[in-house]
Design a protein around this ligand. Structure first.
Ligand code: XMP
Length: 474
């Protein structure tokens, strides 16, 4: 907590996996905030405000995860302007607010959570148990707007153009004539980061695009071409063999992730050190990467998966880090890219994880398994495009399961692999829901996969939301 919060327009206390009842609970002195600045507590924040200010928080009888609907909304409360009874909200908590804090007035409830929202009379202090920031809270954005614009009187003046202008100017000033190296992944984030830096420092930006052998079918050559077409100073490095070697025989998801992260850094370092006098390392880190990875460095959220693109800078690299997209969410990154005239196919690409197909091949990785999955994935993605579904889906991919099952092809018995298809809707990957793809599409895609891809005789569709599942299977 900074000492001087005079320049702050409002304060939002966020969620946390911690319980306010735990000895290790995070504490904040709210004396300089409460009643002086507009304050919104979300989930842990709402429980914190209740627990330490005259209310009561206890374990809920059922752990509350997923969708819920408001069954009561305070009739004339500016915070809930435009939000009605029935509105869907997303819950993710195991403690519940049993008694409101002193001065608290109930603003909204759901069937399972009576104290789903409240305010404290005489102050601009509000609290909600559900998560307004996730896609599945249908009116979450409106609620945040009501808080920020109407209650806190913050002006919504962020535009992609202004962001580009400010960021490019800042990068120019920060970097000057120094050289920057950046790892391109083929994804939206690193590509947009590269364009921003390219605008700021031109060919002093050295891009490296590593083929880890775990990319989609033909992706390496196609994307490399695209980058060259954008005028980027880019070098393609095929390191597939090094990655395969490091992964040989490894089935543990975290060890696979770590091995890929380690080899990536080794390969990248070899390339980066061959460029003389580099001062900076640029990364396409975006805000959700930061949140999901802070725990790796002792931060407040639990380690779900080790992302290899955050904080993975070894000491020996000794480069200063520049992360121009660190405060943005994916949808904002896309808008920034569009405002710089980047190709819609590049910006509209589904997110693809750094460890690539390795975390979609359950169990150990072999080049044969990668080849099978690349074929399956290609049929799935091509079909989504053919059926005009690609842009309606936030992310899609296929997963190769470590099970064989019996099938029959012609008159022959088969005993082959099973693949799962996954397609999710989301805005930032933090929460997601499976997409209700048409049966006809699933039928056609399953037929095509089984007919075309040797070694696969069964296709299933994943119908799990995040949470409690995650988007990737590992
Ligand atoms: P999960 O599986 O955690 O995925 O629900 C959320 C989003 O993050 C992507 N993902 C990664 N991206 N490096 C990345 O660059 C990684 O190690 C990584 N792991 C997951 C995933 O594809 C989804 O979009």
């Amino acid at each position: 907590m900074p000492d001087d919060i005079d320049g702050f327009k409002a304060v939002i206390l966020s969620g946390s996996p911690m319980s306010v009842r735990s000895d290790q609970a995070f504490h904040i002195n709210l004396d300089s905030i409460r009643g002086k600045k507009p304050l919104l507590g979300v989930c842990y924040g709402a429980q914190y405000l209740a627990h330490f200010h005259g209310g009561e928080v206890g374990a809920s009888s059922t752990r509350e995860y997923g969708r819920a609907n408001l069954n009561y909304v305070h009739p004339d409360e500016p915070f809930f302007k435009g939000i009605n009874k029935g509105s869907q909200v997303w819950m993710s908590h195991s403690d519940t607010i049993k008694k409101l804090p002193t001065g608290g007035t109930l603003l909204a409830s759901t069937n399972d959570v009576e104290n789903a929202a409240y305010k404290i009379e005489g102050e601009k202090t509000y609290a909600i148990q559900f998560h307004p920031e996730v896609y599945h809270s249908t009116d979450g954005k409106l609620l945040l707007q009501n808080f920020l614009i109407d209650i806190a009187e913050v002006k919504p003046d962020w535009t992609p153009n202004a962001f580009v202008e400010e960021t490019v100017a800042h990068l120019k000033e920060q970097i000057g004539d120094d050289k920057v190296v950046l790892g391109l992944s083929g994804g939206v984030d690193s590509s947009v980061a590269a364009m921003l830096l390219h605008k700021a420092i031109g060919n002093n930006l050295y891009c490296i695009f590593v083929n880890n052998g775990l990319l989609r079918k033909n992706e390496f050559s196609q994307v490399l071409h695209q980058y060259e077409g954008m005028g980027l100073n880019v070098k393609g490095v095929d390191a597939s063999a090094r990655f395969m070697e490091a992964l040989a025989g490894e089935s543990d998801p975290e060890k696979k992730r770590k091995a890929i992260g380690r080899v990536f850094i080794e390969v990248f370092d070899d390339e980066a050190t061959s460029i003389k006098d580099v001062t900076y390392l640029a990364q396409g880190t975006i805000y959700p990467d930061v949140i999901e990875s802070v725990s790796a460095t002792g931060g407040p959220s639990a380690t779900i998966k080790s992302h290899h693109n955050v904080g993975g800078l070894p000491d020996f690299m000794k480069l200063k880090v520049v992360e121009p997209l660190k405060a943005l969410f994916k949808d904002e990154v896309r808008r920034v890219g569009a405002s710089m005239g980047m190709a819609p196919e590049l910006l509209g690409r589904h997110p693809f994880p750094g460890p690539g197909l390795a975390i979609r091949i359950l169990g150990d990785i072999t080049p044969e398994k990668v080849a099978i999955l690349q074929e399956v994935d290609a049929v799935f993605i091509e079909n989504l495009k053919k059926w005009n579904l690609y842009d309606k889906v936030w992310q899609a991919g296929a997963i190769l399961l470590p099970v064989n099952s019996v099938g029959v092809m012609g008159d022959e018995r088969t005993y082959e692999k099973c693949v799962a298809l996954r397609a999710v809707e989301s805005t930032d990957g933090m929460t997601a829901d499976w997409v209700n793809l048409p049966y006809e599409f699933l039928q056609a895609t399953s037929n095509e996969i089984i007919n075309k891809v040797k070694g696969v005789n069964r296709v299933v569709y994943d119908i799990s939301s995040k949470p409690p599942a995650t988007i990737e299977w590992e």
